[in-house]
Design a binder for this molecule. Structure first.
Ligand code: PEP
Length: 248
């Protein structure tokens, strides 16, 4: 296996320079487990600032991007621009992009394809709503969302992290139980073995996201198919360090 644990902090549309200074000071103070890859998802306008004060050991991600390199797309940013300011990652398909901004599987896939072609690493988010879970459609939904990504990713899986984020657990304080999360991660891996390759299924890192805190991170991290977290609210707080260190 040998999948390196990877923890992302999604700051969403939060923070200003002062708060970013505090978050970065906390991360520098750590200490952060050196066996864990850490990436912070920064509002676009602060990408360059965050990159300039973060240690190089911490990756920087945009929270969205557009699907072409440049042009008449007012308000958008491209992977080329994200790379130009020194960030190496982008979070795509977050449920807030899907639900609030109406992004469909096809658009998410186009963005993923272009981001990868441009040399960014991608955290690709998938996950079911409460209604879908209650209708026993969790697998159907996450398989459909992942299937849309297959042609976009091609043989570039090494640069992709999947984030399984049940929508009902995001920002709600309702965490999936370790068993619920593990079950979906294991099903995804099985599906990837059948639909991508055994190697992809074995090597791709699957993060869990949804109200992860220092209090629940250790139990979740102990699940065999959970290879990290995508953390929203708690990534703005000092406890993010404890979440990064959850496998210790
Ligand atoms: C997220 O934004 O991806 C997320 C999981 O948020 P929270 O941790 O606040 O639920």
């Amino acid at each position: 296996m040998g999948r390196k644990f990877v923890v992302g902090g999604n700051w969403k549309m939060n923070g200003d320079k002062k708060q970013i200074d505090e978050i970065v000071a906390n991360l520098k103070n750590g200490p952060l487990d050196s066996n864990v890859e850490v990436v912070v998802g920064v509002p676009a306008i602060y990408l360059a600032y965050a990159k300039s004060i973060l240690p190089d050991t911490i990756g920087v991600a945009a929270q969205n991007c557009w699907k072409v390199a440049k042009g008449a797309f007012t308000g958008e940013i491209s992977p080329a621009m994200i790379k130009d300011v020194g960030a190496g990652w982008v979070i795509l398909g977050h449920s807030e992009r899907r639900t609030i901004f109406g992004e469909k599987d096809e658009l998410v896939a186009e963005k993923v394809a272009h981001a990868l072609e441009s040399g960014l690493k991608v955290i690709a988010c998938i996950g079911e709503t409460l209604e879908e879970r209650e209708a026993n459609k969790t697998e159907e939904v996450v398989f459909r969302q992942t299937k849309a990504l297959l042609p976009a990713i091609g043989n570039n899986w090494a640069n992709v992290v999947l984030a399984y984020e049940p929508v009902w657990a995001i920002g709600t304080g309702k965490t999936a139980t370790p068993q619920q999360a593990q079950d979906v991660h294991a099903s995804l891996r099985k599906w990837l073995a059948a639909n991508a390759s055994a190697d992809v299924a074995d090597s791709v890192r699957i993060q869990y996201g949804g109200s992860v805190t220092a209090a629940n991170a250790k139990e979740l991290a102990a699940c065999p198919d959970i290879d990290g977290f995508l953390v929203g609210g708690a990534s703005l707080k000092p406890e993010f360090v404890n979440i990064v260190n959850a496998t210790q």
